[in-house]
Design a protein around this ligand. Structure first.
Ligand SMILES: Nc1ncnc2c1ncn2[C@@H]1O[C@H](COP(=O)(O)OP(=O)(O)OP(=O)(O)O)[C@@H](O)[C@H]1O
Ligand SMILES: [Mg+2]
Length: 236
Protein backbone atom coordinates (compact mmCIF):
# COMPACT_ATOMS: atom_id res chain seq x y z
CA UNK A 1 0.00 0.00 0.00
CA UNK A 2 2.81 2.39 1.01
CA UNK A 3 4.64 1.43 -2.13
CA UNK A 4 1.65 2.20 -4.38
CA UNK A 5 1.18 5.59 -2.73
CA UNK A 6 4.86 6.38 -3.23
CA UNK A 7 4.76 5.51 -6.92
CA UNK A 8 1.63 7.50 -7.44
CA UNK A 9 3.17 10.57 -5.88
CA UNK A 10 6.25 10.09 -8.01
CA UNK A 11 4.13 9.90 -11.15
CA UNK A 12 1.97 12.93 -10.43
CA UNK A 13 4.16 15.81 -11.65
CA UNK A 14 4.54 14.27 -15.09
CA UNK A 15 1.31 12.43 -15.60
CA UNK A 16 0.01 14.51 -18.50
CA UNK A 17 1.43 12.68 -21.49
CA UNK A 18 0.42 14.03 -24.83
CA UNK A 19 -0.46 11.53 -27.55
CA UNK A 20 -0.17 13.17 -30.93
CA UNK A 21 -2.87 12.59 -33.54
CA UNK A 22 -1.95 10.51 -36.56
CA UNK A 23 -1.81 12.68 -39.63
CA UNK A 24 -4.35 12.35 -42.41
CA UNK A 25 -7.29 10.03 -42.75
CA UNK A 26 -6.65 6.58 -41.39
CA UNK A 27 -8.55 3.54 -42.53
CA UNK A 28 -9.78 1.28 -39.79
CA UNK A 29 -6.83 -1.06 -39.29
CA UNK A 30 -4.34 1.75 -39.99
CA UNK A 31 -5.39 3.30 -36.68
CA UNK A 32 -3.16 0.66 -35.17
CA UNK A 33 -0.34 3.17 -35.65
CA UNK A 34 2.29 1.14 -33.82
CA UNK A 35 2.14 -1.32 -36.71
CA UNK A 36 1.00 0.84 -39.64
CA UNK A 37 3.15 3.92 -39.02
CA UNK A 38 5.79 2.96 -36.46
CA UNK A 39 7.89 6.11 -36.97
CA UNK A 40 5.00 8.60 -37.02
CA UNK A 41 4.28 11.18 -34.35
CA UNK A 42 1.42 9.19 -32.85
CA UNK A 43 3.55 6.04 -32.54
CA UNK A 44 6.37 8.06 -30.97
CA UNK A 45 3.96 9.38 -28.33
CA UNK A 46 2.76 5.87 -27.60
CA UNK A 47 6.38 4.70 -27.27
CA UNK A 48 6.92 7.41 -24.64
CA UNK A 49 3.79 6.29 -22.82
CA UNK A 50 4.98 2.68 -22.99
CA UNK A 51 8.25 3.68 -21.32
CA UNK A 52 6.37 5.25 -18.41
CA UNK A 53 4.06 2.27 -18.05
CA UNK A 54 7.01 -0.12 -18.10
CA UNK A 55 9.10 1.78 -15.58
CA UNK A 56 6.39 2.88 -13.17
CA UNK A 57 3.75 0.19 -13.47
CA UNK A 58 5.07 -3.13 -14.76
CA UNK A 59 8.36 -2.91 -12.90
CA UNK A 60 6.40 -2.35 -9.70
CA UNK A 61 4.85 -5.79 -10.25
CA UNK A 62 1.47 -4.53 -11.47
CA UNK A 63 -0.05 -6.56 -14.26
CA UNK A 64 -3.33 -4.88 -15.15
CA UNK A 65 -4.46 -1.52 -16.48
CA UNK A 66 -7.95 -0.30 -17.38
CA UNK A 67 -8.05 2.46 -19.98
CA UNK A 68 -10.74 4.97 -18.99
CA UNK A 69 -12.20 8.14 -20.42
CA UNK A 70 -14.84 10.39 -18.87
CA UNK A 71 -16.90 10.92 -22.04
CA UNK A 72 -17.24 9.32 -25.51
CA UNK A 73 -14.61 9.49 -28.25
CA UNK A 74 -11.66 10.74 -26.24
CA UNK A 75 -9.47 7.98 -27.71
CA UNK A 76 -9.59 5.21 -25.08
CA UNK A 77 -9.79 2.37 -27.58
CA UNK A 78 -7.06 3.93 -29.71
CA UNK A 79 -4.74 4.20 -26.70
CA UNK A 80 -5.64 0.70 -25.46
CA UNK A 81 -4.84 -0.95 -28.82
CA UNK A 82 -1.67 0.99 -29.48
CA UNK A 83 -0.29 0.75 -25.95
CA UNK A 84 -0.91 -3.02 -25.98
CA UNK A 85 0.82 -3.39 -29.37
CA UNK A 86 3.74 -1.22 -28.24
CA UNK A 87 4.25 -3.27 -25.07
CA UNK A 88 4.10 -6.51 -27.05
CA UNK A 89 6.74 -5.12 -29.41
CA UNK A 90 9.29 -4.91 -26.61
CA UNK A 91 8.63 -8.44 -25.40
CA UNK A 92 5.96 -7.82 -22.76
CA UNK A 93 3.51 -10.72 -23.02
CA UNK A 94 0.29 -8.73 -23.34
CA UNK A 95 -3.43 -9.47 -23.41
CA UNK A 96 -5.70 -6.75 -24.82
CA UNK A 97 -9.34 -7.11 -23.71
CA UNK A 98 -12.29 -5.15 -25.08
CA UNK A 99 -14.26 -4.34 -21.93
CA UNK A 100 -16.72 -2.16 -23.85
CA UNK A 101 -19.43 -4.78 -24.02
CA UNK A 102 -22.04 -2.26 -25.17
CA UNK A 103 -20.28 -0.70 -28.16
CA UNK A 104 -17.16 -2.76 -28.87
CA UNK A 105 -14.55 -1.43 -31.26
CA UNK A 106 -11.26 -3.24 -30.62
CA UNK A 107 -12.13 -5.85 -33.27
CA UNK A 108 -12.03 -3.11 -35.95
CA UNK A 109 -8.38 -2.24 -35.26
CA UNK A 110 -7.03 -5.44 -36.80
CA UNK A 111 -6.86 -6.61 -40.35
CA UNK A 112 -8.83 -8.72 -41.12
CA UNK A 113 -11.40 -7.59 -38.52
CA UNK A 114 -11.76 -10.03 -35.66
CA UNK A 115 -15.00 -11.95 -35.49
CA UNK A 116 -16.43 -14.57 -33.15
CA UNK A 117 -16.74 -15.06 -29.44
CA UNK A 118 -15.08 -12.86 -26.83
CA UNK A 119 -15.54 -11.51 -23.30
CA UNK A 120 -19.35 -11.71 -23.39
CA UNK A 121 -19.37 -15.38 -24.39
CA UNK A 122 -16.56 -16.13 -21.93
CA UNK A 123 -18.60 -14.67 -19.06
CA UNK A 124 -21.87 -16.38 -20.00
CA UNK A 125 -20.28 -19.82 -20.50
CA UNK A 126 -17.96 -20.12 -17.49
CA UNK A 127 -17.02 -23.78 -17.96
CA UNK A 128 -15.49 -23.36 -21.42
CA UNK A 129 -11.69 -23.23 -21.88
CA UNK A 130 -10.64 -19.56 -21.95
CA UNK A 131 -8.45 -20.01 -25.01
CA UNK A 132 -11.65 -20.55 -27.02
CA UNK A 133 -12.31 -16.84 -26.60
CA UNK A 134 -8.84 -15.46 -27.25
CA UNK A 135 -7.19 -14.55 -30.55
CA UNK A 136 -3.70 -15.81 -29.91
CA UNK A 137 -0.48 -14.31 -31.27
CA UNK A 138 -2.17 -11.56 -33.27
CA UNK A 139 1.31 -10.07 -33.27
CA UNK A 140 4.26 -11.61 -31.44
CA UNK A 141 3.50 -11.34 -27.67
CA UNK A 142 0.00 -9.93 -28.25
CA UNK A 143 -3.21 -11.88 -27.62
CA UNK A 144 -6.62 -10.22 -27.97
CA UNK A 145 -10.01 -10.92 -26.41
CA UNK A 146 -12.69 -8.97 -28.25
CA UNK A 147 -15.97 -8.08 -26.55
CA UNK A 148 -17.88 -10.67 -28.57
CA UNK A 149 -21.58 -10.15 -29.01
CA UNK A 150 -22.67 -6.64 -27.85
CA UNK A 151 -24.53 -7.00 -24.56
CA UNK A 152 -27.18 -4.78 -22.98
CA UNK A 153 -26.69 -6.71 -19.76
CA UNK A 154 -23.04 -5.67 -19.58
CA UNK A 155 -23.21 -4.28 -16.07
CA UNK A 156 -24.79 -7.41 -14.58
CA UNK A 157 -22.18 -9.58 -16.30
CA UNK A 158 -19.26 -7.47 -15.07
CA UNK A 159 -20.75 -7.25 -11.57
CA UNK A 160 -20.73 -11.03 -11.12
CA UNK A 161 -17.91 -13.00 -9.47
CA UNK A 162 -16.91 -14.47 -12.82
CA UNK A 163 -15.34 -11.22 -14.02
CA UNK A 164 -12.77 -10.75 -11.21
CA UNK A 165 -11.95 -14.45 -11.36
CA UNK A 166 -11.26 -14.09 -15.08
CA UNK A 167 -9.13 -10.97 -14.62
CA UNK A 168 -7.08 -12.71 -11.92
CA UNK A 169 -6.53 -15.63 -14.24
CA UNK A 170 -5.39 -13.26 -17.00
CA UNK A 171 -3.01 -11.49 -14.64
CA UNK A 172 -1.43 -14.81 -13.73
CA UNK A 173 -0.91 -15.75 -17.39
CA UNK A 174 0.26 -12.45 -18.89
CA UNK A 175 2.87 -9.82 -18.01
CA UNK A 176 0.31 -7.14 -18.78
CA UNK A 177 -3.48 -7.08 -19.26
CA UNK A 178 -4.88 -3.94 -20.88
CA UNK A 179 -8.66 -3.55 -20.71
CA UNK A 180 -10.50 -0.96 -22.81
CA UNK A 181 -13.60 0.50 -21.14
CA UNK A 182 -16.69 2.48 -22.24
CA UNK A 183 -17.06 6.20 -21.31
CA UNK A 184 -17.03 6.15 -17.54
CA UNK A 185 -19.08 9.17 -16.48
CA UNK A 186 -22.19 7.93 -18.28
CA UNK A 187 -21.91 4.20 -17.59
CA UNK A 188 -20.67 2.32 -14.53
CA UNK A 189 -18.93 -0.49 -16.47
CA UNK A 190 -15.62 1.37 -16.66
CA UNK A 191 -15.58 1.94 -12.90
CA UNK A 192 -16.32 -1.71 -12.22
CA UNK A 193 -13.51 -2.79 -14.55
CA UNK A 194 -11.07 -0.28 -13.03
CA UNK A 195 -11.97 -1.38 -9.54
CA UNK A 196 -11.40 -5.06 -10.40
CA UNK A 197 -8.10 -4.36 -12.14
CA UNK A 198 -7.04 -1.91 -9.42
CA UNK A 199 -5.33 0.56 -11.75
CA UNK A 200 -6.48 2.82 -14.54
CA UNK A 201 -4.98 5.15 -17.11
CA UNK A 202 -7.20 8.13 -17.91
CA UNK A 203 -7.50 9.45 -21.47
CA UNK A 204 -8.58 13.05 -22.11
CA UNK A 205 -9.00 14.71 -25.50
CA UNK A 206 -7.38 18.04 -26.22
CA UNK A 207 -9.84 20.95 -26.64
CA UNK A 208 -12.75 18.66 -25.84
CA UNK A 209 -12.50 17.12 -22.40
CA UNK A 210 -13.70 19.37 -19.57
CA UNK A 211 -11.68 19.53 -16.38
CA UNK A 212 -14.97 19.09 -14.49
CA UNK A 213 -15.55 15.76 -16.29
CA UNK A 214 -12.05 14.61 -15.37
CA UNK A 215 -12.72 15.58 -11.76
CA UNK A 216 -15.92 13.50 -11.70
CA UNK A 217 -13.98 10.53 -13.12
CA UNK A 218 -11.07 10.78 -10.67
CA UNK A 219 -13.49 11.14 -7.72
CA UNK A 220 -15.38 8.03 -8.85
CA UNK A 221 -12.17 6.07 -9.34
CA UNK A 222 -10.91 6.91 -5.90
CA UNK A 223 -14.25 5.87 -4.35
CA UNK A 224 -13.85 2.54 -6.16
CA UNK A 225 -10.27 2.21 -4.84
CA UNK A 226 -8.88 2.19 -8.36
CA UNK A 227 -5.53 3.97 -8.57
CA UNK A 228 -5.32 6.36 -11.52
CA UNK A 229 -1.69 6.00 -12.60
CA UNK A 230 -1.78 9.00 -14.91
CA UNK A 231 -3.61 10.95 -17.59
CA UNK A 232 -2.93 10.89 -21.31
CA UNK A 233 -3.83 14.00 -23.32
CA UNK A 234 -4.87 12.91 -26.81
CA UNK A 235 -4.29 15.75 -29.25
CA UNK A 236 -6.05 14.01 -32.15
N1 LIG B 1 -4.30 9.96 -31.57
C1 LIG B 1 -5.09 9.47 -32.53
N2 LIG B 1 -4.65 9.33 -33.81
C2 LIG B 1 -5.47 8.83 -34.78
N3 LIG B 1 -6.75 8.45 -34.60
C3 LIG B 1 -7.24 8.57 -33.36
C4 LIG B 1 -6.45 9.08 -32.26
N4 LIG B 1 -7.23 9.08 -31.16
C5 LIG B 1 -8.43 8.61 -31.53
N5 LIG B 1 -8.44 8.30 -32.85
C6 LIG B 1 -9.60 7.82 -33.62
O1 LIG B 1 -10.73 8.61 -33.23
C7 LIG B 1 -11.89 7.79 -33.11
C8 LIG B 1 -12.41 7.83 -31.66
O2 LIG B 1 -11.41 7.25 -30.81
P1 LIG B 1 -11.72 6.00 -29.88
O3 LIG B 1 -12.71 5.08 -30.49
O4 LIG B 1 -10.41 5.45 -29.46
O5 LIG B 1 -12.39 6.77 -28.67
P2 LIG B 1 -13.12 6.13 -27.43
O6 LIG B 1 -12.86 7.02 -26.29
O7 LIG B 1 -12.75 4.70 -27.31
O8 LIG B 1 -14.64 6.27 -27.93
P3 LIG B 1 -15.95 5.47 -27.43
O9 LIG B 1 -16.53 6.34 -26.40
O10 LIG B 1 -16.81 5.40 -28.67
O11 LIG B 1 -15.54 4.12 -26.93
C9 LIG B 1 -11.49 6.38 -33.55
O12 LIG B 1 -11.72 6.25 -34.93
C10 LIG B 1 -9.98 6.39 -33.26
O13 LIG B 1 -9.30 5.42 -34.01
MG1 LIG C 1 -13.88 3.00 -27.17
Amino acid sequence: MARAAHLQAETRPNTLRQVAGAEGALDRSARNVIISDPHGLAAESIHALRGRVQSQHIQAGRRGLAICGPTPEVGCSFVAVNLAAALAQVGVKTLLVDGDLRAPSIYTYFEPEMTGAGLYECLVTPGEPILEFIHEAVFPNLDVMTAGQPARTAHELLAGDGFPELVNMFMRDYDMVIIDTPPTNSCADGLRISSVVGFSLIVARKHRTLVSDLKVLTDHLSKEHAVAIGTVLNSY
